[in-house]
Design a protein around this ligand. Structure first.
Ligand code: ZN
Length: 129
């Protein structure tokens, strides 16, 4: 299943980054999921609930930011949102297009709690990109 493999990869990346940043516990993970990525948010959440058990993300919540499909026409250079997966330009009716947004599938950020030995308490936000 596509979503399970994806979440396994997310957990691996987050775990590695959390260890590097001395965060023993992850509290929140935020993902950007484009509407063209073919990943279903419900399936991602389900896979997350199953796979996070026994990891440092066990108590974390998953937040999904759904990204609209934004296209650009290569003929008239206008940018537009795709309606009903219609890939032709609403300005000049041609269909030579470039996908600007909608295919992404990545971690936006995650938050974790620092080690109690650390001088700072509270949560830390790490940007992945
Ligand atoms: Zn056009």
């Amino acid at each position: 299943m596509h979503e399970t493999a994806l979440i396994a990869e997310v957990l691996k990346t987050v775990r590695q980054s959390a260890l590097e940043n001395n965060l023993p516990k992850v509290t929140k993970i935020k993902l950007a999921i484009g509407k063209l990525s073919m990943a279903l948010p419900e399936a991602l959440i389900f896979a997350f609930q199953v796979l996070k058990k026994g990891t440092i993300c066990e108590e974390a919540e998953l937040e999904i930011e759904s990204k609209e499909i934004i296209l650009q026409c290569l003929d008239c250079t206008q940018e537009f949102r795709s309606q009903d997966y219609n890939f032709s330009c609403p300005f000049c009716a041609r269909s030579r297009i470039k996908i600007i947004q909608g295919r992404e599938l990545h971690i936006i950020s995650f938050e974790g709690e620092e080690n109690e030995l650390g001088s700072n308490c509270g949560s830390t936000l790490i940007k992945s990109q």
